[in-house]
Design a protein around this ligand. Structure first.
Ligand SMILES: *Cc1c(COP(=O)(O)O)cnc(C)c1O
Length: 399
């Protein structure tokens, strides 16, 4: 069966060059990077090299990079670590309603621990209001955490301006850049951020590795205590192969971003335009321009998203509703709810997220096979049939 993968915001395949770079650290150079003897030397050098690559990718110094196990850990580390470090200064945190669960649930946890959290809403296009943000700031505010690009809709937040506001007020600013990495320029100086999270498996490196940028001088209390790894900021013998893979993936992202983004954007636009032309009553969820180039989130009226995904899966097409972390539950997406999209419509929403190995044939396969599925599903929906009748009635009236 043909297999088409349109779920790159959930995870990406490991890039062949990344695999080549990391395999030696599973096979031959298996030593402990903390060892002072011969076995530790190559792994140590490899980690140092990867740290350079990640630092270049983010426009920072290598000492400002801490390797973690995932984007989720980076988010937890940034948020809990700041909350603990600044507890004596205040107890207020500002975030948004549309963050990834790794941020939202960390904030909810901190609420139970006595912190106060403001969850800013978004408008219909999925973006926040900077005036509202400024009004939410109090003397107690110690941390702002807002994502760079949304995993469900691809909508981009004005991180530069948010960072400027945070800096003026002396508030630590963290951004989850897991979905922005490789798709948008990432320069921590320009973005005015103090902390920034990335994840390996979203940028063609393996699962189980991530990084957190910690601006020099910003104090973050460690989550994992033990040995002196990562300059005492994150204990545990390093995931050498994963780290090497992440470094390589950053190098490739820097090298190829311009051409890849152009390629992926044109495929995404072809897919989006094609579906909208071939299927009536389709709506775009999220801002049409202010979004990352690989993502489209489409609402199909009178269609149940989960069964649509199952039907697509039977044809070998992988897409998703909401984030991988919440799919499987029948709760409507918290992101679409925050955008004011009624639950019955957000239930009929599907996210297509494209990647570097997608082709025009992939898109055409979808454009050929999806419209009949939607038509069949709608023809079985009593609501759709009723609406159609009404539509016909109105058309008659107009005559
Ligand atoms: C995937 C994702 C994460 C979590 O990263 P993991 O490495 O899977 O833990 C965090 N934030 C966003 C925006 C994501 O898309």
């Amino acid at each position: 069966m043909k297999r088409v993968y349109f779920d790159h915001n959930a995870t990406t395949p490991v890039h062949p060059e990344v695999l080549d770079a990391l395999l030696p650290y599973l096979k031959d150079a298996w030593g402990n990077p903390s060892s002072i003897h011969w076995a530790g030397r190559d792994p140590r050098k490899a980690i140092d090299g990867a740290r350079e690559q990640v630092a270049q990718f983010l426009g920072c110094s290598p000492v400002e990079i801490v390797f973690t196990s995932s984007g989720s850990e980076s988010d937890n580390f940034a948020i809990k670590g700041t909350a603990l470090a600044k507890r004596s200064r205040g107890n207020h945190i500002i975030t948004t309603q549309v963050e990834h669960p790794a941020v939202l649930n960390t904030c909810r946890y901190l609420e139970k621990e006595g912190f106060r959290v403001t969850y800013l809403g978004v408008d219909q296009s999925g973006t926040i209001d900077l005036e509202e943000l400024e009004e939410a700031i109090t003397d107690e505010t110690i941390l702002m955490t807002m994502m760079y690009a949304n995993n469900e809709t691809g909508v981009i937040f004005p991180v530069e301006e948010i960072g400027r506001i945070a800096r003026q007020r002396g508030i630590t600013f963290h951004t989850d850049a897991v979905q922005a990495a490789g798709k948008l320029p990432l320069d921590v100086t320009k973005l005015n951020c103090d902390l920034l999270s990335i994840s390996g498996h979203k940028i063609y490196a393996p699962k189980g590795v991530g990084a957190l940028y910690i601006r020099r001088g910003v104090r973050v209390v460690p989550l994992i205590h033990g040995g002196h790894h990562e300059r005492n900021r994150r204990a545990g013998t390093e995931n050498v192969a994963g780290i090497v893979g992440l470094g390589k993936a950053c190098e490739i992202a820097m090298r190829d971003m311009d051409t890849e983004v152009a390629h992926i954007r044109s495929l995404r636009d072809r897919l989006e335009k094609g579906l909208m032309e071939k299927i009536p009553h389709v709506r775009l969820n999220g801002h049409p321009e202010k979004r990352i180039p690989n993502t489209t989130n489409l609402g199909f009226d009178f269609v149940e998203g989960e069964s649509l995904l199952l039907n697509l899966d039977m044809l070998g097409i992988a897409a998703s509703s909401g984030s991988a972390c919440t799919s499987g539950s029948l709760e409507p997406s918290h992101v679409l709810v925050a955008m004011g999209i009624p639950p019955e419509l957000s239930h009929g929403s599907v996210r297509f997220s494209l990647g570097r190995f997608n082709t025009e044939e992939d898109v055409d396969y979808l454009l050929e096979n999806m419209p009949p599925i939607v038509e069949r599903m709608r023809s079985m929906s009593p609501l759709w049939n009723e609406a159609e009748k009404k539509g016909m009635f109105m058309a008659l009236e107009e005559k």
